[in-house]
Design a protein around this ligand. Structure first.
Ligand SMILES: O=C[C@H](O)[C@H](O)COP(=O)(O)O
Ligand SMILES: C=C(OP(=O)(O)O)C(=O)O
Length: 460
């Protein structure tokens, strides 16, 4: 590695990079990457800084993160309706969480870039035929044919354009009036409205309306509720793409990955001596690392040294995805040691990825009860340790899909085939997402009551 490369976002190139596609045509790849390297940024460095400061509030216990969206975005699904429905779900969940926690909720989508997937195996077999596994629309197609499954670098160009179009829609919705808190009822005007969870939401929206009327009567300006901050995030998996979209900030000379506001490193690519950690260490975006049940406290501390050497709150978040059965065993030691080290990390719970199983019908699914139990375990651990349960990271959609079982409007194992549309892992549907938000809000309130009780006892 020469000196220029070492100081640049290309230093990862000399290290082993897990989960990278095998592109059949290197020259075609180089042409696409050259084009992307001169393409306009999708997000701006200043926006990434703003998100870092919001996440610093999460790390300090002064805000809550809600991060959610598809497991795998697809090019065909880029439409205003589909983006609006996902946003609507996140806005409703955020309203529930804000009202219950009395904390600002930082809203981050798994959106506008979540087009690549790490996989357990590199091939898939069907009826004796073996083909490369689907790695997300950024790499190959879902159809089980040799042509579709062959990695095609032109897809990286499509990823960039699909991300740009999605961000454009997101920006229009979040600043153009749709995310105005006074629309809190409008977000509920569709299939969820008549469900028990929709009715529960409606009652909360009435309370929010009354609170807003009160604030207006006190002189608050309507404009203060008119738009919302919303940020994009995705797994920084395909490093050729991420590096091509990395730019030096003219203000500071620092490197930013301008493909999304926040990027994360997955459970399968977080090797300390690997390319993904090296890449993330070179960019100034807020970054996160997924931590599964096999992680050790020493690994977590080493990740902090690599990715947050200055111990800057908001720079690094840990997204734990332990599984409902493991979280109460694994998380306490991790949080204790990290806290004792003095690092201010935002702790986020991903209750999806540790709770996947295959249904008799062959569908990958998750039980809502397991998802909820992992969230409950997350809150319990943080309550016992006196640390802040910083937020939730959820795979969800605004559609009425049947991919996870249980929750809000009961989906049974037999129902999975009705509307199973995920290109990869199962997502919570709208009812299940809202149900989760209400239950997480209750868990947060229990924690606040418990802390209040401790304070009262101490003061007595
Ligand atoms: O979304 C996450 C991963 O890509 C996924 O869980 C891996 O799934 P696989 O085990 O089907 O490859
Ligand atoms: C693959 C993912 O998660 P993990 O790395 O935790 O398995 C994901 O969030 O899409």
């Amino acid at each position: 590695m020469d000196a220029t490369q070492a100081a640049s976002p290309h230093s990862w190139r000399s290290l082993p990079a897990a989960q990278q596609p095998v592109w059949p045509d290197e020259r075609a790849l180089a042409t696409v990457l050259d084009d992307l390297a001169t393409a306009p940024p999708l997000v701006f460095a200043g926006e990434c800084d703003q998100l870092r400061s919001r996440l610093a509030a999460v790390a300090r216990g002064e805000a809550f993160l809600l991060q959610g969206g598809d497991c795998a975005e697809t090019f065909d699904a880029v439409s205003a309706d589909q983006v609006r429905d996902k946003l609507k779900t996140l806005l409703q969940m955020a309203a529930v969480l804000t009202y219950a926690t009395s904390l600002p909720v930082v809203k981050v989508g798994r959106i506008a870039g979540q087009y690549s997937k790490p996989r357990s195996g590199s091939t898939e077999q069907r009826d004796g035929v073996e083909l490369p596994v689907y790695r997300g629309d950024a790499v190959n197609g879902l159809d089980f044919t040799p042509q579709s499954r062959t990695p095609d670098p032109e897809r990286l160009r499509r990823m960039y354009h699909a991300s740009a179009a999605t961000l454009n829609i997101v920006r229009a919705f979040t600043t153009g009036g749709y995310a105005d808190l006074r629309q809190v009822h409008t977000w509920n005007q569709d299939f969820v409205a008549s469900s028990p969870i929709g009715e529960r939401y409606e009652r909360l929206a009435d309370e929010i309306d009354r609170a807003l009327a009160f604030l207006r009567a006190c002189g608050a300006q309507p404009g203060e509720f008119g738009s919302t901050e919303f940020y994009s995030s995705h797994e920084a998996l395909i490093l050729d793409y991420e590096a091509a979209l990395t730019r030096r900030d003219s203000r500071t000379g620092d490197w930013y990955d301008v493909s999304g506001h926040m990027v994360w490193i997955g459970e399968r690519t977080r090797q300390l001596d690997g390319a993904h950690v090296e890449f993330a260490s070179r960019v100034r975006n807020p970054v996160a690392v997924k931590l599964g049940p096999s992680v050790t406290a020493d690994e977590a501390l080493a990740l902090i040294d690599r990715l947050d050497p200055d111990r800057e709150p908001g720079r690094l978040s840990f997204i734990t995805r332990m599984g409902a059965g493991r979280i109460r065993d694994v998380l306490p030691g991790l949080v204790e040691k990290v806290t004792a080290s003095g690092a201010r990390i935002a702790w986020i719970c991903d209750p999806m990825h540790g709770n996947t199983f295959t249904a008799p019908s062959g569908h990958k699914t998750r039980r809502f009860d397991d998802v909820l139990d992992e969230v409950r375990g997350f809150f319990e651990v943080h309550r016992e340790l006196g640390t802040h349960p910083g937020g939730l990271h959820v795979e969800l959609t605004g559609e009425d899909v049947t991919e996870c079982v249980g929750g809000g409007a009961e989906v049974r194992l037999d129902d999975l085939a009705h509307r199973y549309e995920s290109a990869c892992d199962p997502r919570l549907n709208r009812y299940q997402s809202l149900d989760l938000a209400f239950q997480a809000a209750e868990l947060y309130q229990e924690r606040t009551v418990a802390r209040g009780a401790v304070r009262t006892a101490a003061g007595a």
